[in-house]
Design a protein around this ligand. Structure first.
Ligand code: GTB
Length: 219
């Protein structure tokens, strides 16, 4: 059965691949799993029909037969468990890859989201100029640690895994801030992820939604 995911009908990032359907699309492409996309408006996401799939009225969702999932991390894990290439076979290496998945979503992503939310919604507040360096400092603290751990390695723990896939998508959310660029090894890490053919296919497919172009034939 071909799974169906949901994505923004019109993503606020104008197709830069920053919304969380991107990580699901990328995982599906790495897995070689064809998929359908149902585009939803902001209004439709809050309707009962969509809330039946996603209690918080968000994207992405994932439907495959009777199975309905939400939360991008859980969806990526589900895909990774069922297809080769996103999780190692060795039990300990698999557990470590899972650890990096959680680290991306629960340790590195939250300060990045805080920074992005402030820039988007709090720019006009009197305290914004004072708060911004605090938020940036929290992001940099995490990136200092991540950069130290990655060192000169290509990926976080041996071969590319779902942990790298999530971490790269999380770091990409800093696009435009100039922060990742101050860490040459993290910058190269993100570029390595973006250079993967599966990433390119996923990126082009989500961009095509924004530009109205026909999606790539193999997306
Ligand atoms: N924890 C959930 C997950 O990982 O799946 C979070 C899902 C989530 O935040 N979804 C967002 C959403 O549906 C889209 S990705 N928002 C609408 C709403 O809550 O009403 C967040 C996002 C949106 C837009 C950009 N952008 O334009 O750059 C980047 C990220």
């Amino acid at each position: 059965m071909t799974p169906t995911i949901t994505a923004f009908e019109r993503s606020p990032d104008r197709g830069r691949g920053l919304a969380r359907d991107m990580r699901v699309r990328w995982a599906l492409e790495e897995a070689g799993q064809p998929y359908e996309v149902r585009l939803v408006t902001f209004g439709e996401m809050k309707e009962p029909a969509h809330r039946a799939l996603h209690p918080f009225g968000q994207i992405p969702t994932y439907e495959d037969g009777d199975l309905v999932l939400f939360e991008s991390g859980a969806i990526v894990f589900h895909i990774a468990e069922r297809h080769a290439g996103l999780l190692p076979d060795n039990a300990n290496a698999r557990a470590r890859a899972l650890t990096w998945m959680f680290a991306a979503l629960s340790t590195v992503e939250p300060p990045i989201v805080e920074l992005g939310t402030a820039a988007l919604l709090e720019r006009d507040k009197a305290w914004y100029a004072e708060r911004l360096p605090i938020l940036e400092g929290r992001v940099r603290a995490r990136l200092d640690e991540l950069s130290s751990r990655l060192g000169e390695a290509d990926w976080l723990d041996g071969a590319f895994s779902a942990g790298d896939l999530l971490m790269v998508t999380v770091l990409r959310r800093l696009a435009g801030t100039g922060i990742v660029e101050t860490y040459p090894n993290l910058s190269a890490y993100v570029a390595r992820g973006e250079a993967r053919p599966a990433y390119r296919r996923a990126f082009e497919a989500q961009l095509a939604v924004f530009t109205g172009a026909a999606p790539p034939a193999d997306a």
